[in-house]
Design a protein around this ligand. Structure first.
Ligand SMILES: *Cc1c(COP(=O)(O)O)cnc(C)c1O
Length: 434
């Protein structure tokens, strides 16, 4: 469920007409639906009702201050992966006491920042990291709460760049070495074992791999509970969303296309499959969803600059490019691209939908059928709320897009479009070239 829909052939987010947003703030602009984020959050929490669940929203999917604050208000903590993300959580007025700090390369200053702000736990990826956390905690005179990330070696059946739970990935400690890693903690006087963590990958479209991973790890979790009295089990993130037919209600066509016997992922299916495996553990359950909470809650608005007609191919050139939304170029991913003003009387157009960047890779969609549109009209990329703005760059000296949040019939600019002056503020020509 999301709150992007046509009303009288105008694309709306909740009850805001997106053409009005595009006209007021220009393009490219990201628009987020507060109601969609809240609905996704509540649905996931409800799916595991009866268990002690803490959602730690994976801020890397979208770390805009407005989004972080919205989830904090709903009761979420965060899964944070850098000092910058910790500072973003603090800047959003959220605090990090129910948040976890993850990532394979935590620096001393990042560890210090997390400890000073009373992070709920560090998710540890290696023994050298454990030693470093112990060292920094000792200097501060505190005990650092930790969980070790175990790698269950299951195939998440997702894109190679976003699978993380196979033994060949750089993440976590193999399950067979995990006991030894926990034993090693006793050598570090300034750490305190608090839980155990796993994360198998992103954009999983069936519940099977989650079940397989929990079944594999659960006996070890029970052992840890007996040996170390742990408080929680973190299942990581990875719940996938529907990108195709994102506007169709329930995206039934996409579900119907999934292999028979595989349970397409929904929060309800996820909860139903995992509850009976998790309940006997009697532990707090941490969930770290990123994409699921924000993916379908965001759209990227773009303006049509040119319709370039060719002998064999048409190109629809937009003012958004892969610096704004890199997913199609990086993961060959699909986004629904629709006009803000729908006109069913117009002819269909088959075109490559591209941005202005000087690389062939700046292509959002090949041979896509859309309604015929022309210069000055607006298009929306749907399901662009996760790994969209968060992965944006300034390539081709393009400034970062604006961001707007909608709630009901109101909307506010939550991140002004970057200016050229802001883009170059830290740069200078060296004296020896003057
Ligand atoms: C990326 C990541 C997440 C979030 O993944 P989604 O697919 O966006 O849900 C959660 N936990 C960890 C450890 C991650 O690396």
């Amino acid at each position: 469920m999301h709150h992007f829909h046509y009303t009288a052939d105008s694309l709306q987010c909740e009850t805001v007409d997106l053409s009005a947003v595009a006209q007021l703030y220009g393009t490219p602009t990201y628009v987020y639906s507060a109601a969609t984020m809240a609905d996704n959050y509540q649905r996931l929490v409800r799916s595991l009702a009866g268990l002690d669940v803490q959602v730690c929203y994976a801020a890397k999917a979208n770390s805009s201050l407005a989004v972080l604050r919205h989830f904090a208000n709903l009761g979420a903590g965060f899964d944070l992966v850098s000092g910058g993300e910790i500072r973003r959580a603090l800047a959003a007025g959220a605090g990090v006491k129910t948040s976890v700090f993850a990532g394979v390369g935590k620096t001393e200053s990042e560890i210090k920042l997390a400890l000073e702000n009373e992070i709920f736990a560090f998710h540890v990826e290696s023994e050298p990291e454990l030693a470093r956390i112990n060292h920094v905690a000792g200097k501060l005179g505190v005990k650092a709460p930790i969980a070790i990330r175990v790698n269950p070696d299951v195939d998440a059946h997702t894109h190679a760049k976003i699978t993380t739970g196979k033994s060949e990935n750089k993440f976590g400690i193999p399950l067979k070495h995990a006991s030894a890693a926990y034993e090693a903690c006793s050598r570090f006087k300034n750490v305190r074992i608090r839980g155990v963590q796993m994360h198998i990958g992103s954009q999983l479209t069936t519940v099977g791999p989650f079940v397989e991973a929990v079944e594999k790890v659960a006996p070890f979790v029970a052992e840890l509970q007996a040996a170390h009295g742990i408080e929680y089990f973190s299942l990581g993130g990875g719940i996938g969303i529907v990108y195709r037919d994102a506007l169709a209600s329930g995206a039934q066509a996409w579900w119907d296309a999934q292999p028979a016997g595989q349970c397409p992922i929904t929060p309800e299916a996820y909860g139903a499959a995992l509850k009976s495996l998790l309940a006997p553990l009697g532990l707090k359950i941490l969930l770290e969803p990123g994409r699921f909470l924000v993916g379908n809650a965001g759209a990227l608005l773009a303006r049509v600059e040119y319709l370039k007609r060719g002998a064999n191919k048409n190109f629809l050139v937009l003012d958004a490019a892969f610096n704004d939304l890199v997913r199609p170029a990086m993961y060959e991913s699909y986004h629904e691209i629709v006009p803000l003003r729908r006109d069913t009387t117009r002819r269909a157009l088959v075109a490559d939908i591209v941005g202005p960047i000087c690389e062939s890779g700046d292509c959002f969609a090949k041979d896509r059928q859309v309604q015929e549109v022309g210069e000055g009209e607006y298009m929306a990329f749907l399901s662009a709320g996760a790994y969209g703005f968060a992965m944006a760059s300034r390539y081709n000296a393009r400034t970062l897009a604006a961001e707007v949040m909608v709630r009901g019939g109101t909307f506010e600019l939550v991140n002004a479009r970057e200016s050229f002056e802001q883009m170059i503020v830290n740069e200078k020509v060296p004296t020896f070239l003057k």
